[in-house]
Structures are given as structure tokens and as C-alpha cells.
Design a protein around this ligand. Structure first.
Ligand code: SF4
Length: 353
């Protein structure tokens, strides 16, 4: 980027560049056929308006192009299994072309429909309470593999007469370790000729990678940031999340301050309560002190039981923790674990197949 130019000053990319960034294979086909710009637009429109509809069905494209595009595939993912739960959530188990398996969770609410997408196949960060972390890391997802989770969700909801309205990057993996791909996916989720989801309806959740948090704010300031904090001090945090040995709470919170300076977006703090580990009233008061003066909402989440040495905090302890925070002026919400019934809630993806 030229000196002095902010990302916001940059020209939006052309349709040709967008398609090449998301689906380089399709862009390559169009290039090799010397297809003009409007063909790139047609192909992008076909992708974003339909899932499961081959290019062969798009008779506005020349036959030779349709055949070559279909050889690449209209989606990078195959739906292997859908599990629906009574709480209105559906977990989608999806296979990539190399048979890496990933998961997305669709959550239906009265006024919105959200998809929780994965950004990596597995996760390298190995948080102690997390099923995905325990299963290990395979690779970063491509932009198309992230976008295609949204396309699958939009198609599923569309068949029910619903519209996908929100995206959260809270599935498998740490999005800020795959930020280039995540930024391309955010662009396609939010483009009017993409899935048309407002950037303010998109949230990225991170364990706290300071430099990447600032870059996210610079590149896409409308998107919400959620920080998985899970402990009020470095010692406990490091015991739960190995990444905390690399980035201290001070560094992570300084990055959230910079994020707020650049975006003016309220920070969402996620805090999974584990009995006897991070759920005492003293720790609630410590957390309140850490967050004092910040524009923040704390989401308290009961841990979703997977194998391991932890136990979820009892509801009365969660309530007491919440009251300690509220009494100190920290906006706090106790979250019902949507997706829990299909094992699609935070830290549970990859646990049950
Ligand atoms: S909680 Fe998130 S960052 Fe930690 S191991 Fe699980 S997926 Fe990775």
C-alpha cells in the first residue's frame, strides 16, 4: 500500500480480482478462455446466487466455459451430514476437496439467522477446554472454503424461506491466524452482489493476536471483534490457552484499545466458566477491574461438556459471577449455548461426529 494511504482509501477490487482471490481456479479458466470482464461478473453472480446449481444450468454462459467451469466445481465443499436440533440450530459437517472435514453451525432466531463458520481445518492453538484444539491442526481454509460455508447456510435457510443475516467467525480455528483469507471472505459475505450481509452483522472471534486485531480494524472497521478471554490473569489464562504464554493480557487488551480507537465498535468479551478454575467471585471482581472504562459486553458461557478434566460451572455460580460484574458497571449477558444440542457450540466442534 502506498505510504500515507489507508485501506479505506483504496479502490474496491474489480470483479475479476475478486473472483481470482476467491476462486483462482475459476478465474484461471476465464483467463485461459480470454473471457471479457462481464463473464467474470456472470460467474461470480452464479456462485453467490446459487449453491448446488452447476454452471451447466447457466445458459447465459457459452457451452465451452460451462464445461470447463463445472470441471472445477461450483463449490469447494461437499455436505456430508446435517444434524438438526430442537433449539433451532443445525450443524453441517462439510468435506473439502482434500477430505479435510470442517463444520459450520446455522442458528435460527426470531429476527436473524446466523452462520458460525470455521476458518481453519482443526486449530493449532490447543486450548485445554476445546474439542477442536484437541483434535489438532490440518491447514488454513481457503477464502472459497470459508465463503462456501456461508453459501451452504444461505441455501439451507433459503429453502425454509429464511435469509442468512449474520456471520460469526467462531467455528473451528483461529480466524486471525488466517486473516488474508478471512478478509476476502468478509468482502464476499458483505458485497451487494455477494451474500449481501452488512459488515456490522459480521463478528470475528479471536483468542487475542495483537497485531492481527489491529490489522482487522484497519482493513474492515465495521466488523465486530469478540475476544475469548476466559480468565482474569495471565497464569490461569496460560493454563487454559497456550497462546497466552506468547501474548500477555496487557498486550491483548492494549490491542483491543487500539481496535476501539480505529473502529468505535463495542468489544465483546467471551468468558467460558469452568467450575473451580475461573468462576469465583474474586475472579469476577478481577475481570471487572481489567475491563473498567472499556466499551464492552461480557458474554458468560457455560462450558459445553466434552472429554477432559473440566466441569461446567453450576448455574448459580454463573449467576453470582454475572452479578459481581454487573454490580461493577460491566454489561454482562449469560448466554444460552445455542448449538449445544448438536455439539456445535464454542469448543465443541469436532467433538462429536
Ligand atoms: S477455543 Fe478456538 S482457538 Fe482455542 S483451540 Fe479451540 S478453536 Fe482453537
Amino acid at each position: 500500500m502506498p505510504q500515507g494511504e489507508s485501506p479505506r482509501d483504496q479502490q474496491p477490487p474489480s470483479v475479476r480480482d475478486r473472483l481470482a482471490a476467491m476462486r483462482p481456479d475459476l478465474g484461471g479458466v476465464l483467463r485461459s478462455h480470454h473471457a471479457p470482464g462481464f463473464r467474470h461478473k456472470q460467474v461470480l453472480q452464479h456462485l453467490m446466487a446459487s449453491t448446488g446449481v452447476p454452471f451447466a444450468a447457466n445458459t447465459s454462459l457459452p457451452l465451452c466455459l460451462r464445461t470447463a467451469l463445472d470441471a472445477c466445481g461450483h463449490s469447494t465443499l461437499r455436505l456430508l451430514k446435517q444434524q438438526d436440533a430442537a433449539d433451532g440450530s443445525s450443524k453441517l459437517l462439510l468435506a473439502c476437496a482434500d477430505e479435510a472435514h470442517i463444520e459450520a453451525v446455522v442458528m435460527r432466531y426470531p429476527r436473524r439467522n446466523t452462520v458460525c463458520v470455521s476458518s481453519q481445518a482443526g486449530c493449532p492453538l490447543a486450548c485445554a477446554f476445546c474439542a477442536t484444539g484437541r483434535a489438532g491442526f490440518r491447514r488454513n481454509l481457503t477464502p472459497a472454503e470459508i465463503v462456501d460455508q456461508g453459501r451452504e447456510a444461505a441455501a439451507l435457510l433459503g429453502r425454509e424461506g429464511r435469509r442468512l443475516s449474520n456471520v460469526v467467525f467462531m467455528g473451528m480455528g483461529e480466524p486471525l491466524l488466517n486473516l488474508d483469507a478471512v478478509l476476502v471472505a468478509i468482502r464476499e459475505f458483505s458485497a451487494p452482489d455477494g451474500l449481501g450481509i452488512g459488515r456490522r452483522s459480521i463478528s470475528v472471534s479471536t483468542v487475542g493476536i495483537p497485531q492481527a486485531m489491529v490489522r482487522l480494524a484497519e482493513e474492515t472497521p465495521q466488523v465486530h471483534l469478540a475476544l475469548s478471554l476466559h480468565a482474569p490473569d495471565d497464569r490461569i489464562r496460560s493454563s487454559l490457552m497456550p497462546v497466552a504464554k506468547r501474548y500477555s493480557l496487557r498486550q491483548v487488551l492494549d490491542a483491543t484499545s487500539e481496535h476501539f480507537r480505529l473502529t468505535h465498535r463495542k468489544l465483546l468479551v467471551e468468558y467460558v466458566l469452568l467450575q473451580g478454575i475461573n468462576d469465583s467471585p474474586v475472579q469476577a471482581r478481577q475481570l471487572a477491574t481489567l475491563l473498567r472504562g472499556r466499551v464492552v459486553t461480557v458474554n458468560l458461557l457455560a462450558w459445553n461438556r466434552v472429554e477432559g478434566p473440566f466441569r461446567p460451572s453450576p448455574p448459580e455460580d454463573i449467576q453470582a459471577f454475572s452479578e459481581e460484574l454487573t454490580a461493577r458497571g460491566i454489561e454482562t449477558v449469560v448466554r444460552a449455548g445455542r448449538g449445544q444440542m448438536v455439539h456445535g457450540a464454542c469448543g465443541q466442534l469436532a467433538a462429536h461426529r
